[in-house]
Design a protein around this ligand. Structure first.
Ligand SMILES: *Cc1c(COP(=O)(O)O)cnc(C)c1O
Length: 361
């Protein structure tokens, strides 16, 4: 007689620490939870992208080297094409960095920050080690360097501007870390178009620097999943070994190149978002019991004295979706994406109502 079948005995060790990532869809809400570009996708670019689905673009396998897109990205970022790798969202690149360099080692994560670093560290069989930021949410550089110098440390993640806190790490501090450690330092600059200092000037000097960027935020392509990594060609050559040959589909490659060609249109939207960020910040500041934090990105972190779950739910009940943080690291904190002027106005008015309501209870 065989033992009863047990899936639990077969699941890879380490996955027990993971719960599947769920992103709920809420139709008919004002969506300010995922830091997407809130403006309508520019019509002339949409038309151009629509016309790409012709010839053999859809029927043939994509260019696994994504040569044209990498060239366009190199021109935009000010690097050589050999320093560019594209991914199915920067999420995929985070996983591939960790599969190439992290497995079996330690991965240092400057919490509170983007959740995918820890998730992908666990998926890749690496050990995520939190290195808490200071009370003002800036990176604790001496602590990070101390941890990074331990022999099993392989990869450090610094998100700048940081999601969800909004503050950016100074270039001098990034350089100080790069200079003092032997592990890889990944700087996630998903929000660079909205603020923070560009790390590209450090790229030629530090072979351990990896810069992550994306088309999902400023460039409105979250639905097509296009991210990219800027790094030393030796780093990318190692990563080629784990990269799925056709990771980025042909349509997304072509669409991202088209978006870069029309980046002036998006510049206008980015300018409007930056103006609205200030409007939103002042609006939050004016609400009794609400404290917003400074931001170099297209979202704002704010604090109230109520459980973030309560504020979140009361907003959602009134048709506004934002990001609930909370937990021991960010108790009472929430994050709201900068929307269009109308969305921001609506959000501020509903939040004012919710705060009054909670104050009376
Ligand atoms: C949104 C975001 C990304 C982008 O992820 P994609 O997979 O490219 O959509 C990466 N890093 C951070 C910190 C983000 O907030």
């Amino acid at each position: 007689m065989r033992e009863p079948f047990s899936l639990k005995n077969l699941v890879r060790a380490g996955l027990d620490k993971l719960v599947p990532y769920e992103a709920h869809l809420y139709p008919d809400v004002i969506k300010l939870d995922a830091n997407e570009n809130p403006y309508p996708f520019p019509e002339e670019v949409a038309r151009e992208i629509g016309q790409l689905a012709s010839g053999d673009l859809l029927s043939r396998y994509p260019d696994s080297g994504a040569v044209k897109l990498r060239q366009a990205i190199a021109g935009y970022a000010g690097v050589q094409p050999e320093q560019v790798m594209v991914g199915n969202g920067s999420d995929e690149l985070i996983l591939n960095i960790l599969l190439t360099f992290g497995t079996g080692g330690r991965v240092l994560i400057t919490n509170p920050t983007f959740s995918m670093y820890k998730i992908h560290a666990l998926v890749a069989g690496a050990r995520p080690i939190p290195v808490p930021r200071r009370a003002d949410f800036f990176v604790d550089v001496p602590a990070l360097v101390t941890y990074a110098r331990q022999p099993e440390s392989k990869v450090v993640f610094i998100c700048s501007p940081n999601n969800p806190t909004g503050n950016a790490t100074r270039l001098g501090e990034i350089e100080s870390v790069l200079h003092q450690v032997n592990c890889l330092v990944v700087v996630d600059q998903a929000y660079l178009e909205f603020g923070g200092e560009d790390c590209v000037p450090l790229l030629n000097q530090y072979p351990n620097l990896l810069i992550l960027r994306t088309f999902s935020k400023a460039f409105s392509l979250a639905g097509l999943r296009v991210g990219y990594l800027l790094a030393n060609p030796d780093v990318l050559r190692q990563m080629q070994k784990v990269k799925q040959p056709y990771n980025l589909n042909a349509f997304s490659q072509a669409a991202a190149a088209a978006v870069l060609e029309h980046r002036d249109i998006f510049r206008g939207q980015i300018g409007a978002i930056l103006e609205q960020r200030e409007v939103l910040r002042r609006g939050l500041e004016a609400i009794e019991g609400v404290t917003p934090y400074p931001s170099a990105a297209n979202y704002l972190l704010f604090h109230t004295n109520y459980a973030s779950k309560m504020v979140y739910q009361a907003l959602l009940d009134r048709g506004i979706l934002i990001r609930r943080l909370g937990g021991p690291e960010l108790p009472g904190y929430l994050r709201v994406s900068v929307g269009t002027p109308e969305q921001n106005k609506q959000f501020l008015s509903v939040l004012t109502e919710v705060m009054e309501l909670l104050g009376r209870e």
